[in-house]
Ligand binder design. Structure first.
Ligand code: 1AG
Length: 142
């Protein structure tokens, strides 16, 4: 069983969010706001249901899924696109210790990967060749 992603995690680094947002067509105005945010991830697990909350002072983005089960995602408040987790099914999966999501939709080669390394929560957000790399440290007070 991979180490748990659950908990409250505060951002410590955020590399190339700009490139990722440009590929998603986010306006210059929103990119400037988004760059300044210290994001927090709150990851909860209820049985086999995962709930991932990205929290900030500007907007929150919350969605949930079951690993190995097809779901449709609407990236409301981000780039407002509809994406599928898979073409057929089962593409939010564990690959070794990495929780991997492929977001099939208008944008090619889009998805994200979460994993734990040295007590930190890592996230790579990728889209059309751009990779945004974020690292979060556990907030033990929450
Ligand atoms: C995600 O996390 C993305 C979470 O799916 C947000 C990360 C970066 C922001 C991405 C695009 C920016 C779009 C518009 C800018 C406007 C508002 C920014 C608000 C940012 C905080 C919500 C993957 C995984 C599961 O953790 O969620």
């Amino acid at each position: 069983m991979p180490s748990s992603l659950c908990g409250t995690w505060d951002m410590v680094s955020n590399v190339n969010l700009e490139g990722y947002m440009i590929t998603l067509g986010i306006s210059c105005y929103l990119r400037k706001i988004a760059q300044k945010l210290k994001q927090r991830k709150v990851i909860e697990q209820q049985g086999d249901l995962y709930i991932i909350k990205t929290i900030s002072t500007f907007r929150n983005y919350v969605f949930s899924f079951k690993v190995g089960q097809e779901f449709e995602e609407f990236t409301q408040g981000l780039d407002n696109r509809h994406v599928m987790a898979s073409e057929i099914c089962s593409l939010v999966t564990w690959e070794g210790n990495k929780l991997v999501c492929q977001q099939i939709g208008e944008k090619k080669n889009r998805g994200w990967t979460h994993w734990i390394e040295e007590d930190k929560l890592h996230l790579e957000l990728y889209c059309e060749g751009q990779v945004c790399k974020q690292v979060f440290k556990k907030n033990v007070n929450e």
